[in-house]
Design a protein around this ligand. Structure first.
Ligand code: AMP
Length: 296
């Protein structure tokens, strides 16, 4: 579950308005390359273009849990990237239909093995989590906005999950600590069994069971749009874990690399363009490059 959005994005290279976005969108498409069907829980308004619904269907995303609110307006977000393509200013966040969203998971879907709570209001993340019976693994992503305005609720969520995925600046903000390793330890003390800290062009780190794994980032010369890279990472990570049926630390290392692989495709084009029409061969080839990059 997570946001399904229409995004206005500006990078040093180009500008798009009303492009398909949202954490749920990137997560679901990325995960669909590993396991099907992905069960999407979310909400859009009547203004949500039919072509986007068709795109979800193309990736075998089960839309039974997607509410379409008559007369409602879809979540909208705007972001402007600075010259370095890393720092970004949010220009607006219009929750619209997410403001009164009441997620309902039908009985048949309450047995889901892996639950991914994508970036959205922690109150909604908790609501969804309470409706699932005994999942094997709960993964959660969040962002600076929720750390700021829903800190207590977010900490409630973090107590109940297995894997928290955040970026380095969010980890520092959550722990109120400037050193990323110390911040990681402090966030682990908040409850999750595993923690993944994404460091953009510097890769990602996995913490858990008193171990640390560090994965590189794919060297990309032509960045186009970093929007959704984190969500795509989470989708690839969860999708691979479900496909392989193994949630050990050793397998999570591979899942981190699959997540990074998917994220590297995502940033090569605007919106979901980079993760559309991929093949298993392309994914495996890039995964292999990741392996070679860090073998010595
Ligand atoms: P990322 O680049 O991984 O941080 O994700 C960007 C996506 O998150 C965009 O497509 C936005 O629509 C969505 N997004 C931005 N802010 C929020 C928010 N506060 N809650 C949920 N989704 C958001």
């Amino acid at each position: 579950m997570g946001s399904i959005a229409l995004d206005d994005v500006e990078t040093p290279k180009a500008k798009v308005k009303g492009a398909l976005g949202g954490s749920n969108t990137f997560i679901s498409i990325a995960a669909s390359y590993f396991t099907k069907p992905i069960y999407m829980v979310g909400v859009v308004g009547e203004d949500f273009p039919e072509e986007h619904l068709n795109l979800f269907k193309k990736y075998d995303i089960d839309l039974e849990g997607l509410q379409i609110i008559p007369g409602g307006k879809t979540f909208r977000w705007g972001g402007v990237y600075l010259e370095n393509f890393i720092d970004r200013d949010t220009t607006f966040t219009d929750l619209n239909v997410f403001e009164n969203f009441n997620p309902i998971i039908p009985e048949s879907k309450r047995e889901s093995k892996i639950v991914l709570l994508g970036n959205i209001d922690p109150v909604l993340q908790l609501n969804v989590l309470e409706q699932i019976n005994n999942p094997d693994l709960v993964i959660c992503d969040t962002m600076n906005l929720w750390i700021n305005i829903r800190n207590n609720e977010l900490k409630e969520v973090i107590k109940k999950i297995d894997v928290l995925i955040i970026n380095d600046s969010e980890a520092k903000m959550l722990a109120n600590e400037n050193n990323v390793i110390r911040a990681a330890k402090m966030v682990m003390d908040m409850g999750p069994k595993y923690l993944i800290i994404k460091k953009g062009e510097h890769g990602a780190m996995l913490f858990g069971e008193d171990k640390i794994f560090s994965a590189p980032a794919y060297p990309i010369e032509e960045l186009h749009d970093p929007t959704g890279a984190g969500d795509t990472f989470a989708g690839g990570f969860a999708g691979y874990l479900l496909k392989s049926g193994d949630i050990s630390f050793a397998n999570m290392k591979k899942a981190v690399v699959y997540g990074s692989t998917m994220a590297s495709f995502s940033v090569e084009q605007f919106s979901t363009g980079g993760i559309e029409n991929l093949t298993n061969e392309k994914i495996e080839k890039r995964y292999k490059t990741f392996k070679e990059l860090s073998e010595f």
